[in-house]
Design a protein around this ligand. Structure first.
Ligand SMILES: O=C(O)COP(=O)(O)O
Ligand SMILES: [Mg+2]
Length: 223
């Protein structure tokens, strides 16, 4: 049977992490005497890495005071101290990943999130194992949508065909540039309409994922 190298995005795909990211962002803003942002606003800022997130937080609340770098460093400290509180695994993820690993597929994560908190989350939320491959926001000199991140993750896995699973414009573009099929999780943080993102199939419930992977490998998934 053909085996897949399954490359998963993290935030908005395996994890619903907005409350924890917004809490850390609001702690940073409070230190700067800025107003808080709400969850919906924060949702639109996530998926591009920590630098873009802090830049968006500051621009939304009055602009960047001086250098961006110290604020990014401070956000990393605040968020890195406890990335787990306020983050949950989407329903059905554990069951779907166990079934896919048991079927012999390789599982990896490719995220813009800084490596330290990303690994903490994967370990503390019992996702690593079955996930074995990892590329984070600090792993390479580039980030998604550069397909080097996708390839770096896939190279750590065994399998015949690479499939990317993600929630956002960035993930769809990464898969397109990498020339691999894209499965879209619709319950994440995308801003675009589903129909505007290139994907071979979309799903809202992780119970659907093993069947979709099998369909892609069989060449049955809708193009
Ligand atoms: O922007 C982030 O930090 C999260 O990014 P991800 O969706 O690639 O996991
Ligand atoms: Mg994402």
């Amino acid at each position: 049977m053909t085996k897949a190298r399954l490359v998963f995005d993290l935030d908005g795909t395996l994890l619903d992490s907005i409350p924890s990211l917004v809490a850390a962002g609001n702690a940073l803003l409070a230190e700067l005497g800025r107003p808080s942002i709400d969850l919906d606003t924060g949702r639109g800022f996530v998926g591009h890495g920590v630098v873009r997130l802090v830049e968006s937080l500051l621009n939304h609340t009055g602009g960047i005071p001086g250098d961006l770098d110290p604020h990014v460093e401070r956000f990393r400290e605040i968020y890195g101290a406890d990335p787990v509180t306020g983050t949950v695994v989407y329903p059905g993820v554990h069951e779907a990943l166990s079934a896919l690993a048991a079927a012999g597929h390789g599982l990896g994560v490719c995220t813009q999130k800084p490596n330290g908190p990303a690994i903490d989350l994967l370990q503390q939320l019992a996702l690593m194992p079955p996930i074995t491959g990892f590329t984070g926001g600090d792993s390479l000199a580039v980030m998604k949508p550069d397909p080097a991140m996708l390839r770096h993750t896939a190279d750590q896995l065994s399998g015949d065909v690479t499939i990317m699973i993600g929630d956002s414009e960035t993930d769809a573009e990464t898969a397109r540039r990498g020339g691999v099929p894209f499965l879209l999780h619709t319950e994440g943080y995308r801003l675009a309409e589903i129909t505007d993102l290139p994907h071979v199939a979309a799903f809202s419930d992780f119970a659907e994922l093993p069947g979709l992977v099998a369909a892609v490998l069989d060449g049955d998934a809708a193009a």
